[in-house]
Design a protein around this ligand. Structure first.
Ligand code: IVH
Length: 674
């Protein structure tokens, strides 16, 4: 096909798919079957692969990975919505201050604005000529959902602004960023009402807020007590000189600004004020998870700039996790896919940092011994941000502690404790809990990604004798009729499942390697091994030394690999997976085209956001190569701070040089599309 024909076909197909996307996602009225739609996308992908130069950034194929919400239009943010790096102690705050001072001229004085970090959902509001024109969620930071209709129902968000002030401050067109949230009391009451009505409850106020702002019916949003605090004003306007002044202007314009912010003239003053904020948190009617510290001067902010997705001029300071006391009713021992048996605390439900907690992790037997954990005791639990709650202390501990089960709680087989490990294991590889765990892992998102094959379906299929190993998954298509006999499995569900299983055969080798569930071989390690060895056969025949010569691969991993691959039980399973058509070799052309692929890079000087080795690994994961010295084959040089002779040589040879910022941009772009 000649270029012109390809261009036209790509254009027409893109238009057609966009129309179908619109019908499906926006109107929720599809006019084509899922199968036919997939065929169109496949055809477009094939054409684009053959003509990479014709791939436009707004092609429907470039949307993968962004979660589209039915009925919400997507909005590209005029200014990306950044996130903040975290600091956890005073030392890290001092580092932040030092980096800022190093980034600015020696005689510059730095003032900081300190604010609460509201634990809600960020929102971007656009105002044109004093009118609210758009409300958008963060999305992936670049593209978010248009939730204008919902935002308009929130009474504390002004729909129009005073004309005289717009004129006075030159704000004809600007954006405001803020945090939507729900007060804890309102959250609890609403959740209780939902519980009584038999409706789904929410885990915490933040989830409730996120669920509400993405509700498709603005009338429901209008009934929910959503609140906002705004904290950021963005405009092409030289007059906006500082964060403290911007907050003042926002307030004057009629926005809701959190009262607890303070301008501090030194990092010492910042530390003191953070302490005050932390103390005052107990009395707040809403959830916060720390403070945000921002360089006050907008001019200085611009000099300091951004690293990847967060500004250099601001950080979050996380407060210590909130704690609560409750009764440890009992301990459940859970059996995972490797047979490891881990203890879980069953607690008297208690409300902590926005949610009711009835279970917490106890890690392992060592932790139980260390903390003297025993059933029937009062324990202190802790939760920080999104992390799973954990037991940190026993109140009035004595010498006694809970003992591990003598047999597997699922299959009653013997348990054992390998010498070098704290975990105890069920010795029965056929233990239903292990079998299910392995299959769940195999089908999971980061692995073979078989949609529909989640925990409950795997349990059902194992319990009914359909699955014994993950290789059985690929025989299910011969058992369609029998599957239809199972509870909750209709024609549509079964057919979708069988299609997802077929599709999974296209997953690249690195995913297959990860899905096998080899101990110590996580998703990243599998990628590294796949890109180094290219085929499973090469790994099987590699010596221990060869495996350990791969960057970051040590003995633990090489032994795990050998143990797994040499095991007679695993070999027939792998043979069956091969026969089914899974990828056991790294198809090099499979990596999507990107800036790095097949180019040679030399890294020189020091980078702020990466160790050089790390940066090199990122490049290799994207199909690029790193070289030690600059030569004719070098395509690009990435020059960090105080780069020396290599940079000079690159200039002499006319080799393009990327700054760290440019490199990070390319990296972000490649990852997003990859
Ligand atoms: S400033 C470039 N200020 O925290 C400035 N963010 O991890 C970016 N947040 O997405 C944000 N309170 O949702 C800022 N006073 C505050 C904040 C705040 C809460 C959230 C916001 C942002 C996230 C950053």
């Amino acid at each position: 096909m000649d270029k012109e024909t390809a261009r036209r076909k790509i254009h027409d197909l893109s238009e057609l798919i966009r129309q179908h996307d619109h019908n499906y996602y926006v109107l929720a009225q599809p006019t084509i079957s899922d199968y036919d739609y997939d065929q169109l996308v496949k055809e477009l992908e094939k054409l684009e692969q053959e003509h990479p130069d014709l791939v436009s950034p707004d092609s429907p194929t470039q949307r993968v990975g962004k979660d589209l919400i039915k009925n919400f239009e997507q909005i590209t943010h005029r200014y990306p919505m950044l996130s903040l790096a975290n600091t956890y102690n005073e030392g890290e705050l001092l580092d932040f201050d030092r980096r800022n001072r190093e980034g600015l001229a020696a005689d510059e004085k730095i003032e900081y604005m300190v604010e609460y970090k509201i634990d809600g959902v960020s929102i971007s509001l656009t105002y044109e000529n004093g009118q609210l024109t758009k409300g958008a969620t963060r999305g992936d930071g670049v593209v978010g959902d248009d939730v204008t209709a919902n935002v308009r129902t929130i009474k504390s968000i002004p729909l129009t602004l005073p004309k005289d002030l717009i004129k006075k401050y030159g704000l004809n067109s600007f954006e405001v960023r803020g945090e939507l949230y729900m007060e804890v009391k309102e959250f609890r009451e609403l959740n209780e009402r939902r519980l009584e009505a038999g409706e789904k409850t929410f885990a915490n106020p933040r989830n409730f807020t996120a669920g509400t702002i993405k509700t498709q019916d603005p009338k429901i949003v209008a009934q929910r007590p959503l609140q906002i605090f705004v904290y950021y004003l963005l405009a092409e306007n030289e007059n906006l000189s500082s964060q403290s002044e911007n907050l003042r202007i926002l307030k004057e314009l009629g926005f809701r600004v959190n009262p607890a912010s303070k301008l501090c003239s030194s990092i010492e003053a910042v530390k003191t004020y953070c302490g005050e904020l932390e103390e005052a948190r107990e009395n707040l009617p809403y959830e916060i998870d720390g403070a945000v510290i921002k360089v006050n001067s907008v001019r200085q902010q611009k000099i300091l700039g951004n690293v990847a997705k967060s500004p250099r001029w601001a950080v979050a300071y996380k407060f210590k996790a909130k704690q609560a006391e409750t009764l440890l009713k009992s301990i459940t021992w859970q059996v995972g896919r490797t047979g490891a048996i881990t203890p879980v605390a069953e607690l008297e439900p208690v409300f902590l940092a926005g949610s009711t907690i009835s279970r917490a992790t106890l890690h392992n037997m060592d932790e139980i011994k260390r903390l003297h954990i025993k059933e029937g005791k009062m324990v202190v639990i802790e939760k920080g941000g999104d992390v799973i709650p954990k037991v940190v202390k026993v109140v009035n501990a004595d010498d006694d502690y809970a003992s591990p089960p003598a047999e597997c709680p699922v299959c009653q087989s013997k348990v054992f404790n390998p010498d070098d490990e704290v975990a105890i294991y069920c010795e029965n590889l056929e233990c239903p809990a292990q079998v299910k765990g392995r299959i769940i892992h195999f089908a999971a998102k980061g692995a073979m990604d078989i949609e529909g094959m989640g925990e409950s379906l795997v349990e059902q299929l194992v319990d009914n004798g359909f699955l014994h190993t993950y290789a059985d998954i690929y025989d299910l298509k011969e058992k369609r009729e029998a599957l239809l006999e199972l509870e909750r499995l209709g024609e549509k569900k079964v057919d979708n499942l069988l299609k997802a299983i077929e599709d999974s055969k296209n997953q690249p080798f690195s995913r297959v390697l990860f899905a096998l569930g080899i101990r110590n071989v996580g998703a990243n390690m599998a990628k590294k091994l796949a890109s180094h060895f290219k085929t499973l056969d090469a790994i099987v025949s590699a010596t221990k030394e060869e495996i350990e010569s791969v960057y970051e691969v040590g003995e633990t991993i090489s032994l795990s690999l050998k143990n797994f691959l040499d095991d007679e039980k695993h070999q027939p399973v792998i043979v069956r997976l091969r026969k089914a058509g899974l990828q056991f070799h790294d198809d090099v052309t499979e990596a999507k085209d990107n800036f790095f692929k097949n180019n040679n890079f030399v890294l020189t000087g020091s980078l702020n956001s990466y160790q050089r080795e790390e940066a090199g690994r990122e490049i290799e994961l994207l199909g690029g190569h790193t070289m030690a010295s600059v030569g004719k084959k070098t395509n690009y040089v990435i020059a960090g701070e105080s780069a020396g002779s290599k940079l000079d040589k690159a200039k002499k040879l006319g080799i393009p040089v990327l700054t760290e910022e440019e490199f990070l941009e390319k990296l972000q772009e490649a990852k997003k599309n990859g």
